[in-house]
Design a protein around this ligand. Structure first.
Ligand SMILES: Cc1cc2nc3c(=O)[nH]c(=O)nc-3n(C[C@H](O)[C@H](O)[C@H](O)COP(=O)(O)O)c2cc1C
Length: 392
């Protein structure tokens, strides 16, 4: 039976454990580049024991960024920064993953903490803003993002596939070994998939097959250049939690098609195509795990999920019960770069410091002294009892 600390192999890549850092946009790039900030931030999590590290959604074009401060890999000039980051992640014993994305109608935004909200948009005329695009001319909400959306033509859609492929090639050349397509959270892939955003009447809209077409063709474009021995995954907005939006039951069928198109794993998350969501259960501990298990069973494809898995017992149980294959952590990884070591202590791992690079591990095994003297609090899992997901 695997546990959180068991190695995991997908295609030709083996992770040292089942703990991945989920992609998180940092809004700290200049000209879409990675720099010393990203080295520090990502290097620290790799040294902290994470088995897989995603930086953030990496744009395939300048207009595919969330804000003017977001990272991309749409130009060769951006490759050097990415290569430094992947080199550091690898050096610390982890695997570097890239999440390729295009923000679609949710681009041209202001940093959330500057706007004090998610999604405040710059107009296309603003010196730093741009014309956002989508499957249809349907803005997301009308208060936050009031500007018209340009409906992509079929030629423009085909041009985007070329951008996906070019960016995937750069990703390989800069040392990434794991690639995820971002089709969730209201961005371009999610908006093609969702009837809330996609009102097209051509072969890219309407039926489930048509709404999935953009996703499948984008996967095909990437699969063609991304080496067969490296994992290709997708984060799917599997449910809009809205009666008129994407539905989980339909997503099972779509993931079957994705598998047929060469996908190696699915990462489940929300559609994010509307603020009008009827269910808030995704705020609950381990909220996507059971759906992950349903998907894994139905499609026979490895599954990963994020959302509220920061309590080690919940994360470990999801792996032990083989409901999912890999745990992704977002906010817990922000809060604690050494989350894997902390979790190992909480779960009674025989040697938690074996998770850090071997030189530190040696010092901490041989010259540690009392745990409190190196700044680790008492292990107190019982304090978290109320946060541990129940059996039902
Ligand atoms: C600051 C921040 C930025 C995020 N950026 C992205 C992103 O670029 N791509 C993505 O798919 N999810 C993004 N997310 C969502 C996380 O990857 C993750 O799915 C979510 O936070 C739930 O996991 P958690 O409960 O462990 O935080 C972001 C989350 C945070 C907190």
């Amino acid at each position: 039976m695997p546990n959180l600390f068991s190695p995991y192999t997908l295609k030709g890549v083996t992770l040292r454990n089942r703990i991945g850092m989920s992609p998180m946009t940092m809004y700290r790039s200049k000209d879409g580049k990675m720099d010393d900030f990203h080295m520090m931030y990502l290097g620290a999590r790799a040294a902290g024991g994470f088995g897989l590290i995603y930086p953030e959604q990496i744009a395939i074009s300048p207009e595919g960024r969330t804000t003017p401060h977001c990272a991309g890999l749409y130009e060769d000039a951006q490759m050097e920064g990415h290569a430094r980051v992947t080199g550091m992640i690898k050096n610390m014993g982890s695997v570097a993953a890239i999440q390729l994305g295009h923000t679609g109608r949710n681009g041209s935004e202001v940093k959330p903490w500057v706007a004090n909200m998610l999604g405040r948009q710059l107009s296309p005329e603003h010196p730093e803003g741009w014309q956002v695009v989508g499957p249809s001319n349907v803005p997301y909400g009308f208060d936050k993002r009031p500007y018209p959306v340009h409906e992509l033509s079929k030629d423009e859609i085909k041009a985007l596939y070329r951008k996906y492929a070019e960016t995937a090639r750069r990703a390989y050349e800069t040392g990434y070994e794991w690639l995820e397509m971002h089709f969730a959270h209201g961005y371009l892939g999610a908006s093609f998939y969702s009837p809330l955003a996609n009102k097209r009447t051509d072969e890219y809209g309407g039926s489930l097959e048509n709404r999935a077409r953009f996703l499948l063709e984008a996967i095909d474009a990437v699969r063609e250049v991304w080496p067969e021995h490296l994992p290709l995954t997708a984060r799917l907005g599997a449910d809009d939690f809205n009666p008129d939006g994407a539905k989980f039951e339909e997503s099972i069928e779509v993931v079957r098609w994705m598998k047929d198109h060469g996908l190696d794993m699915i990462d489940l998350s929300m559609g994010g195509n509307t603020d009008n969501m009827e269910a808030a259960w995704f705020g609950e501990p381990a909220s996507w795990v059971d759906r992950g298990a349903v998907m894994k069973q139905a499609v026979g494809l490895p599954v990963t999920v994020s959302w509220n898995l920061g309590v080690p017992q919940n994360a470990d149980r999801a792996i032990r019960e083989e409901k999912i294959d890999l745990v992704l952590l977002g906010r817990p990884a922000l809060a604690n770069p050494h989350w894997p070591v902390w979790a190992a202590r909480e779960l009674g791992h025989a040697d938690p410091f074996s998770l850090v690079p071997e030189d530190w591990s040696w010092w901490l095994s041989n010259f540690r002294g009392h745990d409190a003297s190196i700044g680790w609090p008492e292990v107190a899992p019982q304090k978290q009892a109320e946060l541990i997901a129940s059996d039902d």
